[in-house]
Design a protein around this ligand. Sequence first.
Ligand SMILES: N[C@@H](CCC(=O)N[C@@H](CS)C(=O)NCC(=O)O)C(=O)O
Length: 247
Amino acid sequence: MQIPTLVTIAPSHYCEKARWALQRAGLPFTESAWLPLIHVYGVKRDGGRRSTPVLVLEDRTLYDSSDIMAWIDAHPDSRWRPYAAGDDARRLEEDFDERLGPHTRRLAYFHLLADKDGVLEAANHWVGPGRQRRVFGALFGPIRWAMRRSMKIDAAGAERSRAKIDAVFADVEALLADGRRYLAGDAFGAADLTFAALAAPMVKPDAYGAWLPPMERAPAGYQEEAARYRETVAGRFALRLYDEARA
Ligand SMILES: N[C@@H](CCC(=O)N[C@@H](CS)C(=O)NCC(=O)O)C(=O)O
């Protein structure tokens, strides 16, 4: 039987969601990791469209992290049932996918893309020093321009995203106020993993599945902002989930 291929943009937090879920479930896969924008070539080559993560299976291809989660939940060999808590887990997962993911990504990129050397160093960790990395380095200016343009990464966008993240973090804090250990049900599930993975760009867990720069070498604006999110109730919760549930 063919081992599934997970096609990723290496640092992407939606890809981290899929990667973590597959690892948690104990289902084998290989990762085909790409750098932003160069991924368009890789994803199309491996049978995807454009967005990542993509999971290429023997008989079909899954194009969305939630479809990958559902496949894991139904898989007979899975050691983990992400939807054990039922619709509450699904509803929260969808809510974080829509209301949190795009905003942590934009705010993190807003700070990190300003540091060209830092991004190029990270790219070495993500895909190694080969051809892909060299093309990314040579085209870094236009790639950064295209990323900023397509994701509206600018000061006004960062401000809007900060407010959206704060609102989701406040909702998570409100859920946790009754003392529960997990967002839905009594075990680690899809809602918890999705929240932690999608919060990760702004709370920087040590166990994140793709290399991230050490805090002291990240741009000052990122350090300040991440330190603030790490101190919130929801930020501490995400870090706890990484400590406890990310091998
Ligand atoms: N709803 C999708 C969102 C995935 C998503 O936003 N992926 C981003 C990476 S963080 C992507 O591939 N962007 C590049 C593109 O669309 O070209 C999912 O959960 O899989």
